[in-house]
Design a protein around this ligand. Sequence first.
Ligand code: PLP
Length: 407
Amino acid sequence: MLHVNENYSKIQASYLFTEIAHRVADHHAAHPDAKIIRLGIGDVTEPLAPAVVAAMHRAVDDEAARETFHGYGPEQGYAFLREAAAKADFADRGIDIAADEIFVSDGAKCDCGNIQELFGNDVRIAVGDPVYPVYVDTNVMAGRTGANAGGRYEGLRYLTCDASNGFVPSPKAAEGCDVVYLCYPNNPTGAVATKEQLQEWVDWANGSKALILFDAAYEAFIRTPGVPHSIYECEGARKCAIEFRSYSKTAGFTGVRCGYTVVPRGLVAYAADGSPVELRPLWTRRQTTKFNGASYLSQRGAEAIYTPEGRAQTKAAIDFYLENGRLMKEALAALGYTVTGGGDSPYLWVDVKGDSWEFFDRLLKEANVVTTPGAGFGRAGEGYIRISSFNSRENVLEAVKRMKGIL
Ligand code: PLP
């Protein structure tokens, strides 16, 4: 008999955006003329930077001529992109990461999801709560989590991120775990971690032979001096951390698709007999077996982000989103709400002083504004909503006006 992977039946998550879609659809059906503003899903709204567009046009022309045509590229990514990323994202910041420790992919979601294939089925995993659901669900699918009871998987360690710890958990909460997913600037809370906090995690991981999976998808939003852009800014992180990067929010590549993962030389997991096994060759093997590379066009586009024009243009787009966030944060603060994020991040995490779905419904029904209820990201997200800064200025100003009118 063809048995299905029963682990899939344990998955709880996708309920969140489906439920939001239902509620928005019902509201729209009841009020067809209402102008709904969507500040829920974290997709970008601004077009690609002109430098990126020009590079991608040139790449199309390359593909149109026999002499410059590119078929399958290297599975690890083209050297032109790996070298540009190694220089700008690491060397220029004084961080020791080499081009051949960078693995280009079609985005961070796949890599965050696929990385767990390198680990044994018995590893003990820690995730933040609230959390980006990919870390959880991919481990559920792999059968590492046990059953879901009351909204939490029995086999996972949940690290509560709330106002009491500034939305950054302490490694003490992960004692006994082998793998921890950290994401800063954080989705959904918009919180950032300080160098000292990340260093504590690195020291803990090195001391307990654990691995940090560091998701830096929102790194480009950091503006506060001193906030780490990479886990590798911490002493010893090369020995205990993998880092995920994405061009999706950095440069509006959610539709283009490109990102990369850093797996440093010398980073190890352990065989049954306790002997160390390097993860970099394992990830190389995994990628060469199951992945045929990101497209030449998107990699040429990504390379252009690192040119002087590309940098200035992509920075301007992020500044635009950050200004959206500032406007909303200022308005909500004036209305008496405590807001985390909104600077150094495209997300605002608003303490709604009550039930998150109720608040979501109120904003939808009374202001025609769609947000994301925090409870959908985990138990510790109850009492919050996430507002995204990805929108036009016009919509943001209108949303602010409407919120002021009802809150
Ligand atoms: N990591 C986090 C925390 C995200 O929020 C997202 C996208 O929303 C991703 C990774 C995925 O990014 P990509 O578009 O590169 O797959």
